[in-house]
Structure formats: C-alpha cells, structure tokens
Design a protein around this ligand. Structure first.
Ligand code: SF4
Ligand code: SF4
Length: 99
C-alpha cells in the first residue's frame, strides 16, 4: 500500500509532509504545482497525513472516489514528470485551484 497526495495540495505545496516522512519519499520540483509520494518507498506510516494542514493526503485504500486518479499521478511523476505536470495543471485549472 501507499499514501497518496491529492488535489488539495495543488497550489499549496510547502514542506510539512516532507519534514515528517521517515523514508524521505515525498518530492516536488520548482516546476511542480504539488508534491508526490513515491509508492515504491512509502512504508504506510501515516505521518504525512497527520502533518498536512489542508488534508490532502489519504491512504490508498481510503482515497475518495473523485481523487482516485491521484494514485497514478503520484506514481507516474517518478517516471514521466512532464506529462504529470501537464495533467496536474489541467486539474488545477478545472478546479479553480490554479489561475
Ligand atoms: S503538507 Fe500537504 S499541502 Fe503541503 S506539500 Fe504536503 S501534501 Fe501538499
Ligand atoms: S505514509 Fe509515511 S512513509 Fe509514506 S509518504 Fe507518508 S510519511 Fe512517508
């Protein structure tokens, strides 16, 4: 299992989740509009979920249906950053989280 960062992180970012992650498996680049959890390294401790002030993080098994795409968005960022960045921008604009 993994934890997953969802759309509530778009446009917010910050580092609260990164600071508490014992596996150092949450990343974001300067070009990104959100942060991403590496599912290959996440050990399901839940510390990031408790630290996020906007409630953007869920366990994979507790993901709201509307945020299901973010399971793939988090994982694919580690392989296809450009495509994921474009999709996150699309979602951000569609939801009004990004201008
Ligand atoms: S703490 Fe929440 S809003 Fe901040 S980067 Fe992590 S998931 Fe995003
Ligand atoms: S659940 Fe734990 S190991 Fe996984 S990303 Fe969050 S803090 Fe890191």
């Amino acid at each position: 299992m993994t934890y997953v960062i969802t759309e509530a992180c778009i446009g917010v970012k910050g580092e609260a989740c990164m600071e508490v992650c014992p596996e150092a498996c949450i990343f974001s680049g300067p070009e990104d509009d959100m942060s991403f959890i590496d599912p290959a390294r996440c050990t399901d401790c839940g510390a990031c979920m408790a630290a996020c002030v906007v409630g953007a993080i869920y366990p994979e098994t507790g993901l709201p249906a509307a945020s299901r795409e973010f399971l793939h968005i988090n994982a694919y960022w580690y392989r296809h950053k450009t495509g994921v960045r474009q999709r996150v921008r699309e979602i951000g604009r569609e939801t009004g989280l990004l201008p």
